[in-house]
Design a protein around this ligand. Structure first.
Ligand code: PHE
Length: 343
């Protein structure tokens, strides 16, 4: 024990005398005292010569000493490493840093986020699902059984390996996935990419984005649907915009409607965007069909709900003055750079 004390005292003197003027010296210090073959390791090896009843005390002594040596090493490092050295260093810390270029959000993402954030104010949460879907979630459960003529409303990409798989044609498939979970009420938004076998042109593409919404609870009515969408339109396009509902058909909603707003380019006077009608269609909607609820084990006698779905690219084109849809997916930085960095 006494031998150990003496060894440590000697080591302490050595540590205190060890000259450290630069980082390399600090490293030499570490190797000499703290390294795997360092002085401290060999002193620790002495433990086995200490009588059993004194081991505890010896262990404590060694631990304290190790902490001391480490703190001296840390102080040497702090003093000599170039990032923290302030005196005698060639680094001028008052210089401005090298700026990191900040990317910007894609215009489709910005538009999607804007739509989502409006519905979030009404308590809608976001749900996502797979882009490769099975027939049941994309069609069957949505009241579109095999050979139903309305399947042709959307030209579908089928996956060659498995005839039961499709690239989802709408995010209504995610509505089914949410309903199947059996947790009610549901107030969800389903943003995402969808695919349709359409000829690529300035106005249509084989993939695009949608935001769909679903609200299911007891006593949800068409009036709730209208109020929700009025709120959305006012937040998105302003207080003065007029809205109209036109009867429409979707297999998964009954009744179904399409919603138009007064053209936000010409204010309703008539222009090429609204094809001189003064109105632009922005979404499809309706009350969830009882068959759809039944397909998801929800009792249509007890629960009702509404759903709606809108495209993201079209409003983004109008908002940002983009005349060709293809620009959104070409990843041309000259195009993308025109959108301000992160919002
Ligand atoms: N799924 C429809 C489409 O892609 C949109 C929609 C959603 C319509 C919900 C009504 C209700 O065109």
């Amino acid at each position: 024990m006494e031998a150990l004390r003496q060894q440590l005292a000697q080591l302490r003197t050595e540590i205190e005398a060890f000259p450290v003027n630069q980082v390399a010296d600090a490293e030499a210090f570490r190797i000499r005292f703290l390294g795997t073959k360092g002085a401290l390791k060999s002193v620790m090896g002495e433990m086995k010569n200490v009588p059993a009843e004194q081991r505890k005390e010896a262990g404590q002594l060694l631990n304290e000493f190790k902490a001391f040596a480490e703190s001296v090493y840390q102080a040497h490092l702090d003093r000599t490493s170039p990032t923290t050295a302030s005196v005698g260093s060639s680094v001028d810390r008052s210089l401005p840093g090298a700026s990191q270029p900040i990317g910007s959000r894609h215009p489709v993402t910005r538009m999607k986020n804007e739509i989502v954030s409006i519905f979030q104010k009404l308590g809608f949460a976001v749900a996502e699902g797979p882009e490769i879907e099975d027939d049941w979630h994309n069609f069957g459960a949505l009241n579109l059984p095999a050979h139903h003529p309305a399947r042709d409303m959307q030209d579908t990409f089928y996956v060659q390996q498995n005839p039961d798989w499709v690239l989802r044609t709408h995010t209504s498939s995610v509505q089914i996935r949410e309903m199947e979970k059996g947790k009610l009420p549901i107030r969800m938004l389903m943003p995402g990419r969808v695919f349709r076998n359409e000829t690529i042109s300035a106005r249509s593409h084989c993939f695009f984005h949608q935001v769909e919404g679903l609200y299911i609870d007891e006593q949800v009515s068409f009036a709730d649907l209208k109020q929700t969408l009025y709120f959305f339109v006012q937040e998105m396009y302003g207080q003065d915009v007029k809205v109209r509902f036109r009867p429409s058909y979707f297999p998964f909603t009954e009744p179904s409607a399409e919603m138009d707003i007064t053209c936000f380019i010409c204010g309703g006077d008539g222009c090429p965007v609204c094809k001189k009608s003064g109105w632009v269609e922005i979404l499809g909607c309706g009350m969830v069909h009882p068959n759809v609820l039944r397909n998801c084990n929800i009792d249509p006698e007890k629960y009702t709900g509404f759903a709606f779905g809108m495209g993201v690219e079209r409003p983004a084109m109008l908002k940002y003055g983009v005349s060709d849809l293809r620009l959104f997916s070409e990843n041309d930085v000259r195009f993308l750079r025109q959108f301000p960095a992160i919002t």
